[in-house]
Design a protein around this ligand. Structure first.
Ligand code: THU
Length: 134
């Protein structure tokens, strides 16, 4: 990692503070590092039409991909409660498109507690484009 965990965590907190979550009141922030060291952040963005909500992880990933960065080395996800973040299934699938099995995933709570996982630990048996080649 080109930036340390503490800096990445504080960037995720800053992003979390931008969350637009008037319906759930559950604010989430994410910060990721690409293979070449660029950092992107995101927050959850809700909508009165609830299903249009975009999660924080996907906001950060879509920002990175839209700027040309498709290989994510590390992501940290934090929320404003004392329970550690758990990326939803949709986000895990989107993460699997741009993260390798050994990419780092840090799941954090608001009090700076975090646990480190590899991507394959949080999404075993991931479906990928390779499954369609058989
Ligand atoms: N949320 C995220 O941003 N990331 C997750 O991985 C879990 C859920 C958001 C979506 C919604 O705005 C709120 O948390 C409650 O589901």
């Amino acid at each position: 990692m080109t930036i340390d965990e503490k800096t990445l965590f504080s960037k995720a907190i800053t992003a979390m503070n931008q969350a637009y979550a008037p319906y759930s009141n559950y604010s989430v922030g994410a910060a990721l590092v690409t293979e070449d060291g660029s950092v992107y952040t995101g927050c959850n963005i809700e909508n009165a039409s609830y299903g249009l909500t975009n999660c924080a992880e996907r906001t950060a990933i879509f920002k990175a991909v839209s700027e040309g960065y498709k290989q994510i080395k590390t992501i940290i996800i934090v929320n404003a409660t004392s329970e550690m973040s758990k990326p939803c299934g949709a986000c895990r699938q989107v993460m699997s498109e741009f993260m390798g099995p050994d990419s780092q995933v840090y799941l954090a709570d608001k009090d700076n507690n975090f646990k480190e996982y590899t991507f394959k630990e949080i999404l075993p048996l991931a479906f990928s484009d390779k499954d369609m080649d058989k």
